[in-house]
Ligand binder design. Structure first.
Ligand code: GRF
Length: 208
């Protein structure tokens, strides 16, 4: 029997896992009231899997190569997450498009973090896109995932300045520090409820 609380998270990763770490740390520091039931990576070599294990969290490599197509893979992901009692899925550097099978299993229950102020610079290399465009301010977005790439309702955003002499690396590091602050905060807002999705907006309802 699954006895997980509605605050049970599943985290999907593909690599380093520093955002996963920020969620783990926020939970440990009681800044975030939640539990991570499972961390799943599509890549075996993802360092985030080690971070999960070090924190005593089940870490699973689920390879897309073991499935005939995206739908089959997403179905397997959804099954695994459901079997662990996961209520909310957090994408943390998960470098795959999320298909209908997973979206339908967790409608408006999947969050993603993106290193730009969406809708500017969606997709890959958002920091490089910002630098090459010449914007003075970029940032971080946490949004609800829907079928549109990096296009779902925005939960929280934070601005990060681009400074003279920035390289992709320096800008990425400044943005990453802000990601680590923002993601646990956005998950808290999401889990606390008192919000609705109205059109394409994530609307926080007034507290009486
Ligand atoms: C982060 O910049 C995140 O915004 C993007 O991919 C990167 C993942 O980094 N989606 P990490 O694996 O969490 O360290």
């Amino acid at each position: 029997m699954i006895t997980a609380s509605p605050r049970t998270l599943g985290v999907l990763i593909s690599g380093r896992g520093s955002n996963l770490q920020s969620i783990v740390d926020a939970i440990a520091a009681r800044r975030l009231d939640a539990t991570i039931a499972v961390v799943i990576s599509n890549r075996a070599e993802a360092a985030g899997l080690q971070r999960a294990r070090a924190a005593g969290i089940e870490a699973v490599h689920l390879s897309p190569r073991d499935f005939p197509d995206r739908d089959g893979y997403d179905r397997a992901l959804a099954q695994l997450l459901r079997a662990r009692g996961v209520e909310v899925v957090c994408l943390a550097g998960f470098m795959r498009l999320v298909g209908a099978a997973l979206l339908d299993a967790f409608p408006n229950r999947i969050l993603n973090i993106h290193p730009s102020l969406l809708p500017a610079f969606p997709g890959l290399d958002a920091q490089r896109q910002a630098l090459e465009h010449g914007v003075r301010v970029t940032g971080v977005t946490v949004h609800v995932v829907n079928a549109e790439l990096d296009g779902g309702p925005i939960v929280l955003q934070a601005a990060v300045p681009v400074v003279e002499g920035d390289t992709v690396d320096t800008l990425e590091a400044r943005i990453l520090a802000e990601e680590h602050r923002l993601y646990p905060e956005a998950i808290r807002v999401f889990l606390d409820g008192g919000w609705a999705i109205v059109g394409r907006r994530f609307v926080r309802l007034a507290v009486s």
